[in-house]
Design a protein around this ligand. Structure first.
Ligand code: SF4
Length: 223
């Protein structure tokens, strides 16, 4: 029987992107395939192992309409999710995936059971890592089959050229896709990004649905 490492399961308010304010059940998977410089999750090492039946039971118990698969990187558990998601869909849950937007083949294993995809574009100047432009473009080409929006975390190190590259990845697929610029929260402090206005203007000049949205759950003091 496949088991998944899950850091926590809890109800809270979605604090990011266009669904901000919606009550969801969060299933936070343990571990990630990359290691962003601003990440406060990938380095944590507390988790519990769940079987698919145990996870289904825990989600039903939280009793919310929307279940958010978050992490870490939930797509690392695509095989496990192929056992869980068909059942949750049959029960009428709305399934929301938060992903770093890199693992396209894993996405394809579960895309039929997803409703909403919150996909990151990882800006090298924000993450301190290499670029994933090609992987992101391939991922987004598939994700558009569902309700998808793209999110990029910005820090005071984010470069304009990375914003332009992210915009061109999205524009190459559909300029109506929502693009959210999200100021990073580092050590529980939301960063003030001096260039945020310029980033917003640049993205707005090429795309139709750009927003600057901070992590609202942090402002509200929620998880
Ligand atoms: S992709 Fe997300 S979970 Fe993974 S290291 Fe980056 S911020 Fe952390």
């Amino acid at each position: 029987m496949i088991k998944a490492k899950i850091a926590e399961i809890f109800s809270s308010v979605q604090g990011e992107g266009p669904y901000v304010g919606q009550v969801q059940t969060f299933v936070r998977f343990h571990g990630c395939n990359i290691n962003c410089g601003y990440c406060d999750e990938a380095r944590k090492d507390k988790f519990k192992e769940y079987s698919s039946q145990e996870l289904i039971g825990a989600v039903i118990k939280e009793n919310n309409k929307v279940v958010s698969l978050t992490g870490g990187e939930p797509l690392l558990y695509a095989g496990f999710l192929t056992e869980v998601l068909p059942y949750l869909k049959k029960k009428g849950f709305i399934v929301y995936l938060e992903t770093n937007g890199i693992l396209k083949n894993k996405l394809l294993e579960i895309i039929d059971f997803l409703d909403i995809i919150s996909m990151d574009i990882k800006l090298p100047s924000s993450t301190g890592l290499g670029a994933y432009w090609k992987a992101h473009a391939g991922f987004l080409e598939e994700a558009v089959r569902k309700k998808v929006f793209v999110k990029a975390v910005i820090t005071d190190k984010t470069s304009m050229s990375d914003i332009k590259k992210a915009v061109s990845v999205i524009k190459g697929i559909n300029k109506d896709i929502f693009f959210i610029l999200q100021p990073a929260t580092i050590n529980n402090k939301m960063q003030k990004i001096k260039s945020a206005g310029r980033f917003l203007n640049t993205a707005n000049s090429a795309l139709n649905n750009v927003r600057l949205i901070p992590q609202v759950h942090r402002i509200l003091g929620l998880r």
